[in-house]
Design a protein around this ligand. Structure first.
Ligand SMILES: Cc1cc2nc3c(=O)[nH]c(=O)nc-3n(C[C@H](O)[C@H](O)[C@H](O)COP(=O)(O)OP(=O)(O)OC[C@H]3O[C@@H](n4cnc5c(N)ncnc54)[C@H](O)[C@@H]3O)c2cc1C
Length: 310
């Protein structure tokens, strides 16, 4: 792992740094590049312009590692309300939730009840719930959560991370279930015993897994495969592979983060692919923002420039 990435990921876990950074106007200005605002309204406000480009949304309220049950209940209530607002405004938006924000650390049963309730409401409204994947210690619990929710509601998908050695086996287990599977590289700091330390190996594994998700065997089960990456080389390789396998562009779905690789988002949508951007909002943005910086340390320069514009 690069030194800068390690430092930024370590910083993402620092409470002190979070308290400092969130007070600084120049940091807030730099964050706005990736986040339209702190409220659901701000996130929903991005929809009309994106819809004109045939790009949909996935909404996620920032926050993780909730330790208070009442807070987890409030997050669940927030997402229920978000589902209603999405429907009322006829916005093309799904939601993506973090298990630890819905109480996984406090009580797995409570977290399951919350995700079930969200999936039930989403199902009634014709919507879909994505479950984020967090640090490796949560992978088993997150996959079990997905299985348990999907036993009653099919409109649920889970994220899997190409940097983990175990993900190839997890994908093989998930494929026959027909779950939504969002493939990403992985955003956390993981030890070399369980995750590829070299970026080139993560990239190669991503493509191998993407091909498995596009393979003919995945089709009868109805797998909804989504490729969550901004890596143009991978985006093109996946689109080419799918085309060679006779898949129409619309069947190949890409999710990118709001504000990142805008031209690529538009290009994919124009090429006829299904494209959504994950729009994050909320006041708990610091660890999430540090992970975005770690993905591209050149972004630190943007923060520095914002400082001099202060
Ligand atoms: C829709 C979506 C959902 C995600 N959900 C999860 C999840 O549940 N769990 C999880 O662990 N991770 C999640 N991630 C994050 C993911 O794991 C990666 O950390 C992130 O996507 C960066 O990897 P990359 O595939 O874009 O490739 P990289 O190799 O990191 O980047 C490829 C290129 O994309 C551009 N780029 C990438 N990131 C940035 C950035 N921050 N700023 C500017 N340019 C950038 C750069 O040009 C870079 O060269 C998600 C990502 C997306 C897009």
């Amino acid at each position: 792992m690069g030194l800068m990435r390690s430092v930024l990921l370590a910083g993402s876990e620092s409470r002190w740094l979070r308290a400092q950074a969130t007070r600084r106007a120049f940091v807030r200005r730099a964050v706005s590049r990736f986040m339209p605002g702190e409220t659901l309204e701000d996130a929903l406000g991005t929809a009309p312009a994106l819809a004109r480009e045939r790009i949909g949304l996935v909404l996620t309220r920032l926050g993780e590692s909730v330790t208070d049950a009442a807070e987890a209940d409030e997050v669940a209530a927030h997402y229920l309300d978000a589902l209603e607002k999405i429907r009322a405004r006829e916005v093309n938006a799904e939601i993506s939730v973090k298990p630890t924000q819905l109480g996984l650390d406090i009580d797995a049963g409570r977290c399951l009840a919350h995700v079930r309730e969200l999936a039930a409401r989403a199902s009634a409204l014709g919507n879909f719930v994505w479950i984020d994947m967090e640090q490796s210690r949560y992978v088993d619990a997150t996959l079990e959560l997905t299985r348990a929710v999907r036993a009653r509601h099919a409109n649920v998908g889970v994220c899997v991370q190409a940097y983990l050695f175990r993900t190839a086996a997890d994908v093989e287990r998930l494929r026959p279930t027909g779950a939504g599977i969002r493939l990403v590289k992985g955003a956390y700091r993981e030890p070399a015993e369980i995750a590829f330390p070299r970026k080139s190996d993560v990239d190669a594994n991503y493509l191998t897994l993407a091909r498995r998700l596009l393979a003919d065997e995945a089709r009868p089960a109805g797998v909804r495969a989504v490729f969550g990456t901004h890596d143009t080389r991978l985006l093109r390789a996946i689109a080419d592979h799918a085309a060679a396998a006779g898949r129409p562009p619309r069947d190949v779905e890409f999710h990118l983060l709001y504000g990142i690789q805008r031209a690529e988002q538009q290009r994919l949508a124009r090429a006829g692919h299904t494209v959504r951007v994950l729009v994050s909002y909320g006041s708990y943005w610091f660890p999430w923002y540090m992970r975005r910086l770690a993905e591209r340390p050149a972004n630190v320069l943007f923060v520095a420039r914002s400082l001099f514009r202060a």
